[in-house]
Design a protein around this ligand. Structure first.
Ligand code: P6P
Length: 333
């Protein structure tokens, strides 16, 4: 049958990165190389995720990851792929990963720090629901060539030089920003290339989708309950995949709000600041949206621990601001 794959509308990711690098007068190419290394690792992970059901690599290792959740083999594999690609690439001096208790020093001559959730939502793999990789890139604070230190790996989200995610879904997409807008690329399996498919993504300022786990309703604090009730009064659509990258990506393109709030049982919510909230907050702001912890801008939070959690309200500007107003209104009562 005639290939139904539309002719890729745009340039390849490699060409795009090169073109963008030319816009940076003093770019020396390391960040470009770093993005290429991440894209390469994602192609390997994509292949393993897409055949997960075939090869007996599902199943839980005895080992526990830092969050104490059961570690799926694919989690571990994905972490190894990214760690190896980044070590070989030479541009990263350290890797912070959900899968590792502490940071891993990679290349002392590297200028960049990578924080990554190698396979977020991996518990969904067994039931063939989309999963994702989320990454964040910082410039190191210490001298190139010296040992990596805590000040390198615990930086505010405003210090990010790049952030992105890979969504292993119906198609595999890579979406990233270097602080000059957000661009989406779709992976063409038969060519092994990412092609520009969503240039200059802007999140609609309004939306009619809300994403929150309402199974936790009895643990919600009043402002969250009031906000969810407001969404229902507006007849919004409830959409919750239970895989952060999938929920985030849909809301980025269509408009909407994703909330993982503080609850009576989880004072800081569930999501991790350094390699989940900050990268998605950077992308959202670059696309014209907003990301807060219920009180303040996510990217202003001073991290004190690699795996610290933060509540997250992220998405369309007006929906996040309404959620903040709700909080103030409740406080005033
Ligand atoms: P809950 C997956 O484990 C994850 O980290 C995110 O991908 C997802 O959005 C969230 O947790 C789902 O958490 O408590 O609603 O099952």
């Amino acid at each position: 049958e005639e290939s139904r794959i539309a002719t890729p509308i745009g340039t390849t990711l490699d060409r795009f990165i090169k073109n963008k690098q030319e816009n940076f007068k003093y770019a020396t190419g390391e960040l470009s190389q770093l993005l290429r290394d991440i894209a390469l690792a994602s192609k390997v992970v994509n292949r393993e995720v897409s055949k997960a059901g075939l090869v007996d690599i599902i199943g839980t290792l005895e080992a526990q990851n830092s969050g104490g959740e059961q570690q799926k083999k694919l989690d571990v594999l994905a972490n190894i792929r990214f760690s190896r690609a980044l070590k070989k690439g030479g541009e990263a001096c350290a890797l912070v990963s959900e899968e590792n208790d502490s940071y891993e020093e990679l290349n002392r001559d590297g200028k960049y720090i990578i924080a990554i959730d190698p396979l977020d939502g991996s518990s969904n793999i067994d039931v063939n629901v989309s999963v994702g990789t989320i990454f964040s890139i910082y410039r190191r604070k210490t001298e190139v060539g010296s040992a990596v230190q805590e000040i390198d790996v615990l930086q505010k989200g405003t210090e990010q030089v790049a952030a992105g995610y890979v969504l292993y879904g119906a198609s595999t997409m890579l979406v990233y920003t270097t602080g000059h807008g957000v661009n989406g690329f779709t992976y063409e399996q038969s060519l092994g290339e990412y092609f520009l498919s969503n240039p200059d993504i802007r999140i609609p300022e309004d939306g009619t989708i809300y994403s929150i786990n309402e199974g936790l309703s009895k643990e919600f604090f009043p402002p969250v309950t009031a906000y969810v009730d407001w969404c229902k009064e507006q007849s919004f659509n409830a959409r919750y995949v239970g895989s952060l990258v999938a929920d985030f990506h849909r809301n980025l393109l269509k408009g909407g709000i994703y909330i993982y709030p503080a609850t009576t049982k989880k004072a800081d919510g569930k999501l991790r600041l350094v390699y989940e909230c900050n990268p998605l907050a950077f992308i959202t702001e670059q696309a014209g949206g907003k990301a807060t912890d219920g009180n303040k801008r996510i990217m202003e939070i001073e991290p004190v621990a690699l795996h610290q959690r933060s509540p997250l309200f992220v998405g369309s500007l007006n929906l996040v601001e309404k959620a903040m107003d709700e909080r103030l209104a409740q406080k005033a009562k």
